[in-house]
Write a protein that binds this ligand. Structure first.
Ligand code: ZN
Length: 543
């Protein structure tokens, strides 16, 4: 991009801010995102030297030290006492499944084959674990939503029992936006929720019935995702109440229901109606796992700018620093550079932190810059922070998360992922308008992207969040240009070694625009008395 162009953008941003209120940034020229700053961080973090930033590797060491040095250089204080680091204990569990899963039904004995018919795993640090003649109960969608009088486990003590549940939520396909938000996936539709609910119910086991269209991916994704080593947080041997979790194919489910004297289609219809009662299947399941463990520490990186008036209220920026590392078995370029995912967000939050630190006035509330680890393994760094917050979550005003900042250039839209949860939408919209942009919902809310980046762990604990980017209509090249750009990037680069920073492909104007927006929103929140609120229709609220 030319110098002239970047100059023009600065002017545009400047004039867009002119008429704003006193909390706006126009009076302070240092509160501007600088292209050179983002570009430098982006190029370094995504360089081959950083080896794809895999947790617990040489790449991690380089990355977390780089982040620490940059925070230090900007004059930002350590965020964890006198340290810039928060240790995150990771545990890899590698389970070997029994060859078969035996299901004894009233009519026959079913002998299911591992991988082909079922996959199981455990999140428990336990060498041997088994289901032995555990009673099967069909528990609909496996959802307990007390606020709406919904309980798929009603009247059950799940000790000694294994729940059989459907994927997604009952709203999917209902064409009723007021019923579990219609096709928009609610958290109740995520498998992570179903796992957590089975833990709360104290079930022996949980078996999900895979169905390609509701899940959004085919069986081989289930099979490959749940075999081999699984990363999680090391929460000790007793952490998970439901010992064995797994999946069966739709064909196996049909056979199982029939042999249990039940009609699967009819049961699914019943499960979609409020007041559904769980159905004992008169059948039992047996299967086992032998596990090995590898425990390792990774690190979140954290910096703090203490508030001048309300130091005990916090605005938290997040970006995950990690990516996939190296593929040792790949010939040629085998480094997953993760330029977009998520050197881009990391670089942008660093640039925001630097601008905050240079501001002439100190922000009134405290501002936290948190770079989390192991997002790619299941949002583990942010989960650990939200379980072990350094700053009280009840005093955390909001979380602003950047993951995959737009590389396609300046946009007319601001697409909010998970729009409709809190008044952060309105705050984002007001600030986006000052940039001449409109706000829109994500294009595929049925895919549950809101639950798949780090802001989610804050939302889950009741902290309002914003996860948004320009993603739809290019400022002067329109909608089709962006659609094509994204298609090409996803096909040729997403989660591949070719996700590299390439000045020929990347147009930094988008990162500058979104970086500036996130800076403006954070600056506004640190200088106001606002407490964003959850909408009543959201499944989240302050705890
Ligand atoms: Zn990411």
């Amino acid at each position: 991009m030319s110098k002239l162009l970047s100059f023009l953008i600065l002017i545009t941003l400047f004039s867009a801010c002119k008429n704003a209120d006193k909390t706006d940034v126009s009076s302070d020229t240092s509160l501007l995102i600088e292209e050179a700053v983002i570009e430098k961080h982006l190029a370094i973090l995504s360089s081959d030297e950083f080896e794809g930033r895999k947790p617990v590797s040489k790449g991690e060491e380089l990355t977390v030290n780089y982040l620490k040095e940059q925070l230090e250089k900007s004059g930002i204080a350590p965020g964890n006492g006198n340290s810039y680091f928060q240790d995150v204990p990771l545990l890899e569990i590698d389970g070997t499944m029994s060859e078969s899963m035996i299901i004894q039904t009233p009519k026959k004995k079913m002998n299911l084959k591992q991988r082909k018919d079922f996959v199981i795993h455990t999140q428990r640090k336990q060498k041997e674990i088994a289901l032995e003649d555990s009673e099967l109960v069909f528990c609909g969608y496996g959802i307990v939503d007390e606020a709406n009088g919904w309980n798929d486990y009603a009247g059950l003590d799940m000790k000694g029992k294994t729940a059989v549940v459907l994927v997604n939520d009952p709203g999917y396909g209902s064409e009723n936006p007021d019923f579990f938000k219609g096709n928009t996936m609610t958290y109740f539709g995520r498998w992570t929720y179903k796992y957590e609910e089975a833990d709360r119910q104290g079930a022996d086991g949980l078996i999900l019935i895979h169905e390609t269209s509701s899940a959004g991916y085919p069986w081989y994704v289930v099979e490959s995702s749940w075999t081999g080593g699984q990363q999680g947080l090391d929460q000790g041997p007793k952490a998970k109440d439901c010992g064995i979790k797994g999946w069966i194919t739709l064909n196996v489910a049909k056979e199982l229901f029939e042999a249990s004297g039940l009609d699967l289609a009819k049961q699914i219809r019943a499960a979609r109606v409020k007041g559904f009662a769980p159905v004992p299947m008169q059948s039992t399941v047996s299967a086992s796992l032998t596990n090995t463990f590898k425990a390792e520490n990774s690190k979140n990186v954290i910096g703090l700018i203490k508030g001048s008036e309300k130091p005990d209220e916090y605005v938290v920026y997040t970006a995950h620093w990690d990516h996939l590392g190296k593929a040792e078995d790949l010939k040629g370029d085998n480094i997953y550079n993760g330029a977009l995912d998520n050197a881009s967000g990391t670089a942008t939050v660093l640039a925001i932190a630097d601008a905050f630190a240079k501001a002439k006035e100190k922000p009134k509330r405290s501002t936290v810059f948190l770079f989390v680890t192991a997002e790619e393994q299941g949002l583990l760094g942010s989960e650990y922070y939200s379980d072990n917050p350094i700053y009280p979550l009840a005093k955390t005003v909001c979380n602003l998360n950047m993951d995959g900042v737009n590389p396609a250039g300046k946009m007319k839209d601001l697409t909010i992922i998970g729009k409709g949860h809190s008044t952060m939408d309105e705050i984002a919209e007001e600030e986006a308008k000052k940039q001449g942009r409109y706000v829109m919902n994500e294009s595929e809310p049925e895919k549950g992207f809101f639950f798949r980046s780090d802001q989610f762990n804050f939302a889950k604990k009741g902290v309002p969040v914003l996860y948004a980017e320009g993603n739809y209509e290019h400022w002067d090249k329109g909608v089709d240009y962006v659609t094509k750009f994204k298609e090409t990037y996803t096909a040729e680069r997403y989660h591949q070694p070719s996700d590299e920073y390439d000045p020929e492909v990347w147009n930094m104007n988008g990162m500058i625009q979104d970086g500036q927006l996130f800076l403006n929103i954070g600056w506004r929140m640190t200088n106001s008395n606002e407490w964003p609120e959850w909408y009543p229709s959201s499944e989240f609220k302050r705890e």
